[in-house]
Design a binder for this molecule. Structure first.
Ligand code: CA
Length: 653
C-alpha cells in the first residue's frame, strides 16, 4: 500500500491525495453569545475535540435533517466544524449485511460509509479517526465476533486478513482525499478481538493492523482502545500486555461514560500511569452524557430517568450534559500526554416522532436503529432478539427535530469560558429512609444543582396529602416515589419505610467492603465493591465478581454480629449476573459457626435480581450470628460475573 502513495507523489502533492495527517485550517473564531455556563479549560492548541457520527448517512437516508444555530438546514459536518469540533470518528465493520444485502443497522457502517463521511469531514476542515472493529457488527467488551468471511481462518491467515482489510480501507480513504489523522486497531478490545481471546493471538492481529497503518498512512496515529477504566487493574494489565508483546502503537485510548465508568480521578490515575510507564499519548475515545432522561424515538435508551436521575452533580439537562463533557475534557487536558476527547454518536437522534411502527420501518430499511432484525443472521442472541432504534437519542447534541442544543456551544467556549450568573438547573433526587418505628418527617429543603455544578439548598413543597403520609407511615416496609416542587422545578425522590438494618455497610455504599469478610475459595479474579448506578439494586455501589477462567469462581461473602439483642431476626440479600453456567448459590445463616439456615439463589441475566429471604432466625445474646452468601459458578462465554446488593438483617415484628 505504501507503493500507492509513492506513485501518486509523482503526480500530485502527497498530502493532498494521501491525506493522512494533513493539517487543516480551523474556522475563524468569533465571539459567541450563550446562556451556557462554561468554566474555562486550559487546552493545548492541538487538543482533539472529536465526535463520532457514524450513524449520519443512515439518519439522513431516514429523513433526518440538521440545523445550525441560525435555524438553517446545513451539512452536519459543517455545523460541527463551525462549533469547534476538530475531528470526526467513524466505525468500520467488515460486512454488516445479510446474504440478501439487508443491513444489520447501527448505521450499516462499512468502509464505503467511512469514505463518504470522511470526504465530507475533510471538506469541512475536520480530520478523521477511523475505528476498525474487525467484526461484521458491534464490537465491545462483551462481544468481539470474527467477521463471517474470516471464520475458521488460522491465526496467520487472520492476521493477513486484518492487514489487508486495514490497508485496503485506508487506501480507499486516502484515494478519496480523506484527511485521516488516527486509526484504531480494534474497538474496546478488552482481552478479546476478532474472535480471539488470548493475548498471544490478539497481539498478532494488532501488530498486523498497526503495520498496515504504518505502511499505508504513515502520518496517522495508531490507537488501541479499551473500555472500563473503573477496573484500573485490568486497564493497566492491557497496557502491560501491549508493551510485553511490543505492539507498535501511539495512543492508548479509553472509553469513559460518567454513569458507568467510575470517577474522573480514577480515569486520570489510570491514564497518567500509562503515559508515565509506557510513554504513550492517552485520550478518551468515547464519552457522552444525557441532556434529558426522556426517550424520543420509542426505543429504550441506554441511560434514562429509570437508570438514575442526578448522579455526580450532573443532571440530565442541557447544562448537565455540557458540564459532564467539560469535566472529562479538563481531566484529559490536565495530563501531560492528554491528546483529546471524542464524543460518541452526538447526532444519533430520532428518525421520527409519530410512532414506533413508522420508525421501525426506517430502522429496518436504512439501518438507523442500533440493530435491525436482519442482524439475526450474524448475532442471533442479542441484536437478532433486541433490535430497535437509537439507544442514544437523549445523549445527542441535537433535539428530536435536529436543532442544536445550547450544549453544542461548549466546544467553542471551552478556552475562554462563559461566566454567566449560575442559576438553579435541576433538583437533586432526595433519598429518604425512615425506620418503621419513627415518624415520617419530610425535609423542608432539597438540593438544587446550579448551572455551575454547585449545590444550593432551596425550599420544597412536597406533593403529598396528610392521608398519603399516614398511609406510608402505617403501610409497613415499602418504597414510595415522592415528588414536589422547588421554585419552578420538579423535586423527585424515594421514601423507604424499613425496619432497622443491623448490618454494617449493607449495600456497599461506603465504597469498600467494610463490615464484610470475603473468602476466595477458588481463584476469582475480581471480588470487590464497585460503583455503578445501573448495576446496583440500591444506591450506586454493590459487590462485584467476575472471573474469566472456567470453574474459578467460588467464594463466600459474610458478616458476623455478636451484639444483637435476644429475639427473632430476618436476613435478605439479592444477586444478579450472567454467563455463570452451572452454579451453586445460596444465602446462609450461621450461629456460632454452625449453619442453621440456607435459602437458594439464582443468577439468570442482566438486571434480573433474585432475592433470598430467611425468616424467624432465633438469636440469644452472647452468641455470634453470621449471615452470608455462597457463590460457585462454572462460568461460560467471557466468564461468570455477578452483583450482590441490598443485604438486610432486621428484627422480626
Ligand atoms: Ca431511544
Amino acid at each position: 500500500m505504501k507503493k500507492l502513495c509513492l506513485l501518486l507523489t509523482l503526480a500530485l502533492p502527497v498530502l493532498l491525495l494521501c491525506g493522512c495527517g494533513a493539517s487543516s485550517q480551523a474556522p475563524a473564531e468569533e465571539p459567541i453569545d450563550s446562556t451556557l455556563y462554561v468554566k474555562s479549560v486550559d487546552l493545548p492548541e492541538d487538543f482533539i475535540l472529536g465526535m463520532d457520527i457514524s450513524s449520519l448517512l443512515a439518519e439522513e437516508a431516514s429523513g433526518v435533517r440538521y440545523y445550525n444555530f441560525d435555524g438553517q438546514e446545513q451539512d452536519l459536518l459543517q455545523i460541527l466544524a463551525d462549533n469547534g469540533l476538530t475531528h470526526i470518528r467513524v466505525r468500520v465493520w467488515n460486512h454488516p449485511y445479510d446474504a440478501d444485502g439487508n443491513g444489520y443497522g447501527g448505521g450499516n457502517n462499512d468502509i464505503e460509509k467511512a469514505v463518504e463521511i470522511g470526504r465530507r469531514a475533510t471538506a469541512a476542515g475536520l480530520k478523521l479517526i477511523v475505528d476498525f472493529h474487525y467484526s461484521d457488527f458491534w464490537a465491545d467488551p462483551g462481544k468481539q465476533m470474527v467477521p463471517a468471511a474470516w471464520a475458521g481462518m488460522d491465526l496467520e491467515n487472520k492476521a493477513q486478513a486484518v492487514y489487508d482489510f486495514t490497508a485496503d480501507g485506508l487506501q480507499k480513504l486516502t484515494e478519496a482525499g480523506v484527511d485521516v489523522a488516527m486509526v484504531q486497531i480494534g474497538n474496546e478490545t478488552n482481552g478479546a478481538m476478532c474472535g480471539e481471546k488470548r493475548w498471544v493471538d490478539i497481539q498478532e492481529l494488532m501488530k498486523a493492523g498497526s503495520r498496515a497503518v504504518r505502511e499505508t498512512c504513515p502520518e496517522a496515529l495508531v490507537t488501541i482502545h479499551f473500555a472500563n477504566p473503573e477496573n484500573a487493574e485490568s486497564m493497566l494489565n492491557y497496557a502491560s500486555k501491549l508493551a510485553y508483546y511490543s505492539v507498535d502503537y501511539d495512543v492508548f485510548a479509553s472509553s469513559y461514560y460518567p454513569f458507568w465508568h467510575g470517577t474522573l480521578e480514577n480515569l486520570a490515575s489510570v491514564l497518567s500511569t500509562v503515559q508515565e510507564t509506557y510513554g504513550k499519548r492517552v485520550m478518551v475515545m468515547e464519552t457522552s452524557y444525557a441532556y434529558t432522561g426522556a426517550d424520543t424515538d420509542f426505543s429504550g435508551n441506554s441511560v434514562s430517568d429509570e437508570s438514575g436521575g442526578i448522579t455526580k452533580n450532573y443532571p440530565f439537562t442541557v447544562q448537565g450534559q455540557a458540564n459532564a463533557v467539560r469535566d472529562v475534557i479538563e481531566t484529559v487536558a490536565s495530563l501531560d500526554s492528554g491528546l483529546g476527547v471524542c464524543y460518541w454518536e452526538g447526532a444519533w437522534i430520532t428518525v421520527g416522532t409519530e410512532s414506533w411502527e413508522a420508525n421501525h420501518e426506517l430502522w429496518e430499511k436504512y439501518g438507523s436503529g442500533w440493530a435491525s432484525s436482519y442482524a439475526a443472521a450474524y448475532d442471533p442472541d442479542d441484536a437478532g432478539k433486541y433490535y430497535g432504534g437509537s439507544s442514544w437519542d437523549n445523549q445527542a447534541f441535537f433535539d428530536a427535530d435536529g436543532r442544536p442544543l445550547e450544549s453544542l456551544r461548549l466546544f467553542r467556549l471551552l478556552r475562554t469560558g462563559n461566566a454567566v450568573e449560575p442559576t438553579p438547573d435541576a433538583i437533586r433526587d432526595t433519598v429518604l429512609r425512615v425506620d418503621l418505628a419513627d415518624s415520617i418527617v419530610l425535609p423542608e429543603t432539597v438540593d438544587a444543582v446550579m448551572t455551575d455544578g454547585s449545590l444550593r439548598s432551596v425550599p420544597v413543597v412536597w406533593d403529598l396529602t396528610e392521608q398519603e403520609i399516614a398511609d406510608m407511615q402505617n403501610g409497613g416496609p415499602a418504597t414510595y416515589a415522592i415528588s414536589g416542587t422547588a421554585g419552578d422545578m420538579e423535586a423527585r425522590g424515594t421514601l423507604t419505610m424499613a425496619a432497622f438494618n443491623y448490618l454494617e455497610n449493607p449495600g456497599f455504599e461506603s465504597g469498600d467492603l467494610s463490615g464484610w469478610t470475603v473468602t476466595d475459595l477458588g481463584s476469582t479474579e475480581q471480588l470487590w465493591a464497585e460503583e455503578k448506578l445501573t448495576d446496583s439494586l440500591e444506591g450506586t455501589w454493590h459487590f462485584h465478581f467476575w472471573s474469566p477462567q472456567p470453574g474459578s469462581v467460588e467464594f463466600t461473602l459474610e458478616q458476623s454480629l455478636d451484639t444483637l439483642k435476644t429475639g427473632n431476626y430476618r436476613f435478605a440479600v439479592s444477586i444478579m449476573g450472567g454467563d455463570c453456567g452451572e452454579t451453586e448459590l445460596y444465602a446462609y445463616v450461621k450461629l456460632d459457626g454452625e449453619t442453621v439456615a440456607t435459602a437458594p439463589l439464582k443468577i439468570t441475566s442482566y438486571g434480573e435480581w433474585d432475592t433470598a429471604e430467611l425468616r424467624d432466625l432465633p438469636y440469644e445474646e452472647g452468641h455470634t450470628l453470621t449471615v452470608g452468601v455462597y457463590v460457585k459458578c462454572q462460568g461460560e462465554k467471557s466468564g461468570a460475573w455477578g452483583k450482590i446488593d441490598g443485604a438486610e438483617l432486621t428484627a422480626e415484628g
